[in-house]
Ligand binder design. Structure first.
Ligand SMILES: [Zn+2]
Length: 147
């Protein structure tokens, strides 16, 4: 399994994925709500829009704007089950496990934190804590993914 750093680096090599960035409106929204709230929105979107085995409008369920998590989903190829299968070999037509959902949310949040900082937002200690979590988590799970 790849780490979050590796996944983000690979996504940067896709012109389509790399063109997504947070807007000023997204940044203001994050500043107002706080990163924990954004994370809970991400958990909710993934659980309801991406995790079910059957998604009637798959490929069209993620708007191109309107929420930082939507942008992160496109930037990270976690926008639909088709992209998830193509990029991460997660098979379609099968519900996502809680573990898979958690890893997707971590990737999305890593992208959001980096974008937020890159455009002048400061996340300080909270960001460092999150990054440490991602690292430990992805390393620990190295062995049991994509058999
Ligand atoms: Zn997609």
């Amino acid at each position: 399994m790849q780490t979050i750093d590796q996944a983000l680096a690979k996504l940067q090599m896709s012109r389509f994925r790399a063109k997504f960035h947070l807007t000023q409106k997204d940044r203001d929204y994050i500043t107002e709500k706080g990163m924990d709230t954004i994370r809970s929105h991400a958990e909710n979107f993934i659980a309801t829009r991406l995790a079910p085995a059957e998604i009637p409008n798959d490929g069209k369920q993620t708007p191109m704007r309107g929420h930082p998590v939507f942008l992160a989903q496109h930037a990270c190829a976690c926008c639909c089950r088709g992209c998830l299968e193509k990029w991460y070999r997660v098979p379609k037509c099968r519900g996502l496990t809680e573990d898979q959902q958690r890893r997707i949310v971590n990737l999305l949040m890593a992208w959001i934190c980096r974008e937020y900082e890159k455009t002048g937002g400061f996340y300080g200690k909270e960001k460092d804590r999150r990054y440490a979590d991602f690292g430990a988590e992805t390393e620990k799970e190295d062995g049991d993914r994509h058999d």
